[in-house]
Design a protein around this ligand. Structure first.
Ligand SMILES: Cc1ncc(COP(=O)(O)O)c(C=O)c1O
Length: 332
């Protein structure tokens, strides 16, 4: 059923499924594996590569000449969309929002490297405002005779979520269909929707656990179910998934884009135990949720856990000040 959807090659697949024995030991889990979607490639890797493979088919077939998308100032989605646009010889415009910045660092630096034209909403990352700015820009471009293709925030559509239905098929081939708890970061919900639907189809014994980095649990449930419905219609499948089947935790998000102490600790501990880089905006917060949920007995320590590492490492460089006092450097 997935085969009938064309994809443009952007992601290096399958991504590895790696054991993390030292970090598992530190967190008291019997088994912890990382699904390394931080290694998809596309200018630093991450979950968006799988999603964009579907969007860019429409963009190329529809003869669009410029891609517009939006996100926070350290948006991984924006960086990867910019890379994909350049790879496919398309122009790229980004509407970014958030706290004003002094330096182009992390993802923003890469956006600049890809020569994305950027409109920046200072101190404003409200989704409605970002979308409105994007639509206004698209209108301006149409008036100039251009053909813009607008990708919504996070690239989350029912079509893009098929990238994660496919990821679950891939994971079932690597892990099998045994009992497992799959934990992932949730932002604009496309990845979560795909993982939930993919699990229903390919890993029926998997419990899917989302950790929010931005929206409330209630908002996530509603949006995720909408996306799942869209994906089900596209695939012409109909497994039953209800609002109450969606397991999501909102307590680890802090303020979107601002590091939390627990998230920072997870980033540091994971780097030191496994040599794996999480980030302070997304995966570090989700990992702090995984650890706390395991400590509270809400994640079963005796059942294997797979953490879907959705990427995001470039933003770590924009938070250099967070780590300065840890440096053990002797100048000789
Ligand atoms: C590193 C990283 N992880 C997770 C997510 C969340 O994915 P989604 O927006 O599909 O919920 C994002 C989204 O931007 C991300 O950049």
């Amino acid at each position: 059923m997935l085969e009938k959807f064309e994809r443009i090659h952007l992601a290096n697949l399958p991504t590895p499924l790696e054991d993390a024995p030292r970090f598992a030991n530190e967190t008291g889990l019997s088994k912890l594996l990382f699904k390394r979607d931080d290694l998809t490639g596309l200018a630093g890797g991450g979950n968006k590569a799988r999603k964009l493979e579907f969007d860019f088919v429409n963009i190329i077939k529809g003869g669009y000449d410029v891609v517009i998308t939006t996100g926070g100032v350290q948006s991984n989605h924006a960086r990867m969309t910019a890379a994909a646009a350049r790879k496919l010889n398309l122009d790229i415009k980004l509407v970014l929002g958030g706290a004003d910045f002094k330096k182009c660092q992390g993802n923003l630096l890469l956006d600049v490297l890809f020569d994305a034209e950027i409109r920046f909403l200072i101190d404003d990352d409200e989704n409605d405002h970002l979308n409105a700015a994007m639509e206004k820009w698209a209108d301006e471009l149409r008036e100039q005779g251009r053909k813009p293709y607008v990708i919504p925030i996070g690239g989350s559509t029912g079509l893009a979520a098929l990238g994660y239905v496919n990821a679950m098929k891939e994971l079932s081939e690597q892990f099998g269909q045994g009992k497992v708890q799959v934990v992932l970061t949730v932002g604009s919900c496309g990845t979560f929707a795909g993982v939930i639907l993919g699990a229903k189809l390919f890993m029926p014994n998997a419990r899917i656990i989302g950790v929010s980095v931005s929206r409330t649990a209630e908002a996530i449930k509603t949006r995720t179910l909408e996306l799942i419905k869209e994906s089900k219609n596209l695939l012409e499948v109909n497994p039953e998934i209800k609002l109450d089947d969606i397991e999501i935790y909102e307590d680890y998000r802090g303020t979107y884009g601002i590091p939390t102490e627990a998230g920072k600790k997870a980033v540091i501990d994971c780097a030191r135990a496994e040599g794996i880089i999480l980030d302070l905006v997304y995966t570090g917060k989700a990992m702090s949720g995984l650890i706390d949920l395991a400590n509270k007995g809400k994640i079963d320590k005796n059942v294997p856990v797979i953490f879907v590492h959705t990427g995001g490492f470039p933003s770590i460089f924009s938070f250099a000040d967070e780590f300065n006092d840890m440096a053990k450097i002797t100048k000789m």
